[in-house]
Design a protein around this ligand. Structure first.
Ligand code: AHG
Length: 334
């Protein structure tokens, strides 16, 4: 039997990374494995969403007042269930739960990390077979080890993230994660049920030709944002244009594409909703961390996303994120 030595699985990769840190306990690697495992289960359900009675509303609304789809509930339960039974996570903050979920047992209380997540981002796209994703963010606890984690562990600024990642359920299923050492992407090989390293050391191109924004809100954006969108539409070849507008409505997929190809994603505040729609802790911070490690930038229009000190679990934030030189140009308008 031929063994393809070029293939490196997620577990092999994280173990190899750990070798550079003799003091590492393996808890972080085990968190990635837990997220990958739960995502495989979610992936199975996502793939058969058109076949079984799993589509449609679960009949309840989440804490944001939005309809909760059945798959959101399923994904949330899977991730929390796997993390609860793992050895590395003291508790979870989820977009789908009002409050933090504290795993108050002996092993979890000794765990170093807490995790925040949007278990199924872009859930409005489930019914129409468009890419959706899971986004997560990992922090070292600030509360005392050996005791249950507290809300302070979750309300840390994004610059304290130890790691962040996402899983895209798309034409293939990919897990991408970042630590301060780099961003790496793993594609799920369905035949063997393993994530294999397919996108090593992802770098966000300094510039690109893609801008992603909901044009339907154009006249509700602030003047500076409208000016920048006009600039995007008018880019000449000599200025790196023409630009292309791409907007999936699943931020994780939009940001992933722009991370690989170069581009800018914007979800600005509007006149009626100055803080926009996206959640700082579950969506903006993890993606800002990943994009910054890859060489890009992320702001809320006034300051670096990662420097915002959160005051509440479900707080929203405008987001501008992407290739560094495009972000610099945007900043001259906003
Ligand atoms: P949801 O998970 O409720 O479908 O929200 C998705 C988020 C984000 O992923 C996406 O970019 C944005 O909402 C789309 O919102 P608009 O439809 O307002 O553009």
């Amino acid at each position: 039997m031929n063994i393809n030595r070029k293939v490196q699985t997620l577990d092999e990769f994280t173990i190899q990374q750990m070798r550079d840190f003799p003091a590492a306990t393996g808890q972080l690697a085990s968190l990635f494995r837990d997220m990958g495992l739960a995502a495989k289960r979610v992936n199975v359900e996502v793939n058969k969403a058109g076949l079984v009675d799993i589509l449609g509303d679960a009949g309840s609304v989440n804490v944001q007042g939005e309809d909760v789809k059945k798959l959101d509930v399923y994904a949330n339960n899977q991730f929390i269930g796997v993390l609860r039974h793992g050895i590395s996570c003291a508790g979870v903050g989820s977009e789908e739960n009002d409050d933090i979920v504290v795993f108050d047992d002996e092993i979890s209380n000794k765990s170093k990390y807490v995790l925040l997540m949007d278990p199924l981002d872009g859930s409005g796209n489930i019914d129409v077979n468009v890419s959706i994703g899971t986004i997560f963010s990992i922090y070292k606890r600030v509360s005392e080890l050996g005791k249950p984690c507290t809300i302070d562990d979750f309300l840390q600024p994004g610059n304290k993230q130890v790691a962040a990642g996402y899983i895209i359920y798309g034409s293939s299923t990919m897990l991408v994660y970042a630590t301060s050492r780099g961003v790496n992407g793993f594609t799920l090989d369905q035949a063997i049920g393993e994530y294999t390293l397919s996108h090593p050391d992802i770098r966000c191109p300094d510039s690109g030709k893609i801008y992603s924004v909901n044009h339907g809100n154009f006249f509700r954006y602030m003047e500076g944002v409208r000016k920048y969108i006009n600039i995007c539409q008018q880019k000449q070849k000599s200025e790196g244009g023409p630009y292309t507008q791409r907007y999936i409505g699943s931020m994780v997929a939009d940001v992933h594409r722009n991370l690989i190809k170069g581009g800018i994603f914007m979800y600005p505040g509007t006149i009626d909703k100055p803080k926009g729609k996206l959640r700082l802790l579950y969506e903006c911070n993890p993606l800002a961390f990943i994009v910054e490690v890859a060489g890009g930038k992320a702001t809320n229009g006034q300051q670096r996303i990662l420097d915002v000190k959160p005051t509440e679990l479900h707080q929203r934030s405008p987001l501008f994120i992407g290739s560094s030189s495009m972000m610099k140009e945007l900043e001259t308008y906003i």
